[in-house]
Design a protein around this ligand. Structure first.
Ligand SMILES: CC(C)(COP(=O)(O)OP(=O)(O)OC[C@H]1O[C@@H](n2cnc3c(N)ncnc32)[C@H](O)[C@@H]1OP(=O)(O)O)[C@@H](O)C(=O)NCCC(=O)NCCS
Length: 387
């Protein structure tokens, strides 16, 4: 339905906010034509080769990479803030059951409340920055506590050196091999931020009201629960399971596209060439030789051929979700927690964007074009009847 002809907005509607620029950022740049992702001027794929996740959180929050000394201190801060108190642990375990992401969202909300997070407006920005780091650092413990409460292996000691190592050992119930810790760290760095996607936008919109950091993160988790945002790696593994062996890939994929289905892990709204995150995870998978790598390579090759033939001119390439599935499975993370693991990494971006919003805030208040019944002119007030 069209907006009422008199609406001043009639020519300005951008459904899905396509092409709408809502502000400026110094955090992340995506060059979809060149296939480059940049955090504060540094190439994310290069960072993934050389830096741990905590250094990238520091980069996003503080504007530069830490020195070795600063990194050690930052790691210790994240480790300490990442531990749940007994009361927090109880609160996170309480909503057990249902979708893991719903329990994680509810658990994080409880932790934010128990830590006394308050609206940021008119407060010292240093305090808000500390709250953002602290609550973000608690996300892995919330995820692994929900996992353990659902009857999964009990959480490990959780005292290891790095963020990735602690997450993985808590998830697996035992210390993880160094190569897998490195693989997870690479993934966490590569997915730490990605511009103004739906969950980041929601986090910033909530922050723009002056709300506490916890409310922004809970809202972002809600946005991430939708299948259109962040939910592809699980279905990628389902697809690899269904294909089963390399020789069946082409026929299976062609039938899927012929029937109007989409090949999971391919295509992207922004990248018109290789997704640099996918390429980095792919190279690591080939080097490490995870169990699924051979099948995944064969399916990828077949998918690119099928898409080029059946969707010519669309430039549909492998996206990050395809190789995420292979990586997270190799790390021993259950399929049901792939999206939660994505949330763990993206917390860096969400909190950094919230802090950027805090630093230059304007309350978000977009408009919407009215398309309901034509408004009636206001009726003149009835004259009082003569007695
Ligand atoms: C990510 C995605 C939503 C991007 O969509 P988009 O840029 O808006 O692309 P469009 O929806 O405009 O699709 C353009 C064309 O390519 C096709 N296409 C896009 N991705 C496809 C895929 N993975 N498999 C088959 N066809 C695909 C569409 O059917 C459409 O074809 P048409 O022009 O004949 O209708 C889309 O590529 C997709 O659904 N991919 C699969 C899910 C996935 O991997 N998601 C994770 C993203 S990180």
């Amino acid at each position: 339905m069209n907006p009422t002809p008199s609406s001043p907005l009639a020519a300005e509607i951008h459904e899905g906010l396509d092409d709408v620029v809502v502000g400026v950022t110094r955090l992340c740049h995506i060059d979809g034509e060149a296939g480059q992702l940049v955090y504060r001027g540094l190439d994310a794929a290069r960072l993934a080769e050389s830096q741990p996740y905590e250094a990238v959180v520091h980069l996003l929050h503080e504007g530069r990479l830490p020195t070795a000394h600063e990194l050690a201190a930052y790691r210790a801060r994240m480790r300490d803030a990442g531990r749940l108190t007994p009361a927090e642990g109880d609160a996170v375990r309480r909503p057990a059951g249902g979708e893991p992401l719903a329990a994680i969202r509810t658990g994080l909300s409880a932790v934010a409340a128990l830590r006394g997070l308050r609206p940021w407006l008119d407060r010292d920005p240093t305090e808000v920055r500390a709250e953002a780091l602290s609550l973000g650092a608690a996300m892995p413990a919330v995820v692994t506590t929900v996992h353990a409460a659902a009857g999964m292996p009990p959480a490990g000691p959780g005292e290891d050196d790095s963020f990735a190592a602690r997450y993985l050992s808590a998830m697996r119930g035992a210390p993880a091999p160094a190569a897998l810790v490195r693989a997870l760290d690479r993934y966490l760095v590569l997915t730490a931020d990605h511009g103004m996607n739906a969950s980041t936008f929601v986090a910033r919109a909530v922050a723009s009201t002056g709300a506490d950091v916890g409310s922004s993160l809970v809202a972002a988790l809600g946005a991430l629960s939708g299948p259109l945002h962040g939910g592809a790696p699980g279905p990628v593994l389902d697809m690899l399971d269904a294909i089963g062996e390399a020789g069946r890939a082409r026929d299976w994929l062609a039938r899927r596209v012929r029937e109007g289905g989409r090949i999971m892990g391919f295509g992207h709204r922004v990248y018109r060439t290789d997704d640099p995150r996918a390429m980095s995870l792919r190279a690591a998978a080939i080097q490490a030789g995870y169990g699924r790598t051979e099948l995944a390579l064969a399916v990828e090759e077949a998918a690119l051929e099928v898409l080029a033939e059946m969707k010519p001119g669309r430039s549909l390439r492998t996206n990050v979700e395809f190789w995420t599935a292979v990586t997270l499975e190799a790390c021993g993370i259950p399929r049901a927690l792939f999206t939660a693991t994505f949330a763990v990494s993206r917390t860096a971006g969400w909190t950094a964007h919230v802090l950027e919003q805090v630093a230059h805030n304007r309350l978000m208040r977009p408009m919407v074009a009215y398309v309901g019944p034509t408004p009636q002119p206001p009726q003149p007030p009835r004259a009082p009847r003569a007695a």
